[in-house]
Design a protein around this ligand. Structure first.
Ligand SMILES: Cc1cc2nc3c(=O)[nH]c(=O)nc-3n(C[C@H](O)[C@H](O)[C@H](O)COP(=O)(O)OP(=O)(O)OC[C@H]3O[C@@H](n4cnc5c(N)ncnc54)[C@H](O)[C@@H]3O)c2cc1C
Length: 471
């Protein structure tokens, strides 16, 4: 039997054999497993999936893709694969860096060096062995690359800022197939762009970032039944803007499914949860949290804990999980905004959202640190994120409607900007940056990727495209 290949499939076939045979094409037995993103609700179907193990594998794939006229989309885990799938991947080689997870900790310099596919848990555990902590987020299996290139808000964020601004070097394979290092002394403009500008500039093969001497934190959860939602949200909204930088918290309405993996007292319940961490002594932490604890939570787990435990504090799902979401940044949380959130997701609502979350911003997140990258600050008081489980197409549709409804209802308080790491649908990437940063990012993209080889989840265009200046 003769199989006739489409022109794109023929071009993609030219990559077969690279990465020691770990390039998978549609129709290969391994293609479906290789293309599966962390967000299992998404069906990404690239022209080929490459699973490099070394820098030279990545170089070979980028060069071969260019020769074949295909684009290249770097991906570590697929936590934020949504915008890519929305665009379509027919002419794209997906470069999954999941086999590049090496980590080295330099305890003297307090620097971690990780390969481009490392997960947060790969670095936080060995760092903790040296009594050091990184600016990881709420999930142990988010990729360090995608998280750090897009900003990165974790439990120390109000004290120590965005993870992107703690990067000290990034190594990547650029559009011409060269392997370059960008840091404070070489490829300085590229280094600036990579710190917030996402995966627009190449396939990142390694990152280096600062570690902090944090061995323990005063951290935990306060949990109430959903019928306490209004009381707790109003108190948190009063407390959060005045709270010192030492504390970073999140407020959530959670609708927990009746799964055996969820601890008995919480299983199948609708709850209000405040979790977070305080960097400070016990007395200081108790004083900071006093107002919230005064609301008499049903469960209070706040205590001094090893810093390594914070990677699982938020109970984020690990492994492939189907989800749909929407997010927004708001500048204030006054009475009218609180009423709106309660209406959308509070006790009386019929919302299908598993979680309606507000992350407390401000503190160091609002101050541009010296030598910062493209994302200097997050100029908002709260990041709002609504997510629903999308196990079936019907659940996906309802969940997406409810998540959109939440963010649309908060438009009167929106800052008009986006935090792109939390944007899991296609958005106008301009909204992720200040006007001057956007212009500079476009210039650096034009210089490093003149042929538009790389496809990021949130696309920074070149300065001129299709004969016109880009917006
Ligand atoms: C459960 C969950 C918890 C989260 N918690 C937080 C949190 O606490 N704080 C926070 O700030 N964000 C959080 N996020 C958002 C997260 O930071 C983004 O989804 C981020 O993009 C994930 O990075 P990734 O590499 O795992 O995902 P991917 O989907 O693999 O990558 C996203 C994009 O990053 C770029 N990229 C990834 N790897 C590379 C590489 N090797 N080279 C070049 N570019 C690359 C690409 O453009 C890619 O499209 C969370 C998301 C989820 C789903």
């Amino acid at each position: 039997m003769t199989i006739s290949l489409t022109p794109t499939a023929r071009r993609a076939a030219s990559l077969a054999g690279l990465c020691d045979g770990a390039v998978h094409l549609p129709g290969d037995a391994a293609y479906d497993a290789a293309r599966l993103p962390w967000n299992a609700a998404l069906d990404q179907r690239p022209a080929a999936v490459a699973l490099p193990r070394t820098v030279s594998d990545v170089q070979a794939v980028v060069r071969a893709a260019a020769a074949a006229g295909l684009r290249v989309a770097p991906q570590s885990t697929g936590h934020n694969a949504g915008p890519l799938v929305g665009r379509g991947l027919d002419d794209v080689v997906l470069v999954r860096t999941e086999r590049m997870r090496g980590v080295t900790i330099d305890p003297t310099r307090r620097i971690a060096r990780v390969e481009g596919g490392a997960l947060w848990i790969d670095a936080t555990e060995p760092a903790a062995d040296h009594r050091l902590a990184a600016l990881h987020g709420s999930s142990p299996d988010v990729g360090i690359a995608g998280y750090s290139l897009g900003g990165g808000i974790g439990w120390y964020a109000r004290k120590l800022g965005l993870a992107s601004n703690s990067l000290t070097a990034v190594e990547l394979v650029t559009a011409d197939g060269e392997h370059v290092r960008a840091d404070a002394t070489q490829n300085v403009e590229l280094f600036w762009a990579l710190r917030g500008g996402g995966g627009n500039f190449g396939v990142v093969t390694a990152l280096e970032f600062r570690l902090y001497p944090i061995e323990t934190a005063y951290a935990g959860m306060l949990i109430w039944d959903r019928d306490q939602a209004e009381r707790v949200l109003r108190r948190w909204a009063d407390w959060a803007p005045e709270a010192p930088d030492a504390v970073t918290t999140s407020f959530r309405f959670l609708n927990l499914p009746p799964l055996p993996t969820i601890p008995e007292p919480l299983r199948g319940r609708s709850l209000v949860v405040i979790d977070g961490a305080v960097l400070g002594c016990d007395a200081e932490a108790r004083s900071i949290l006093g107002l919230l604890r005064g609301l008499g939570p049903e469960i209070d787990t706040f205590d001094r804990v090893p810093a390594r435990s914070l990677t699982r504090l938020h109970m984020d799902p690990e492994g492939p999980t189907p989800g749909v979401s929407d997010s927004t940044l708001i500048g204030e949380l006054g009475d009218a905004a609180i009423d709106t959130i309660l209406e959308q997701a509070g006790p009386g609502s019929t919302s299908s959202l598993l979680s309606t979350e507000l992350r407390q911003l401000g503190g160091a997140l609002g101050r541009a640190p010296e030598g910062h990258g493209a994302l200097a600050t997050i100029d908002a008081a709260y990041a709002v994120f609504g997510v629903a489980i999308a196990a079936t197409p019907e659940m996906a549709m309802q969940g997406q409607l409810d998540a959109h409804s939440l963010t649309r209802s908060l438009e009167p308080w929106s800052t008009g900007r986006s935090y792109l790491n939390f944007a899991e649908n296609e958005v106008d990437a301009r909204t992720g940056y200040t006007e001057s940063a956007w212009l500079q990012l476009k210039g650096i993209r034009s210089a490093y990727d003149p042929d538009d080889r790389f496809l990021a989840n949130h696309r920074v265009p070149r300065l001129f495209e299709n004969g016109a200046v880009t917006a």
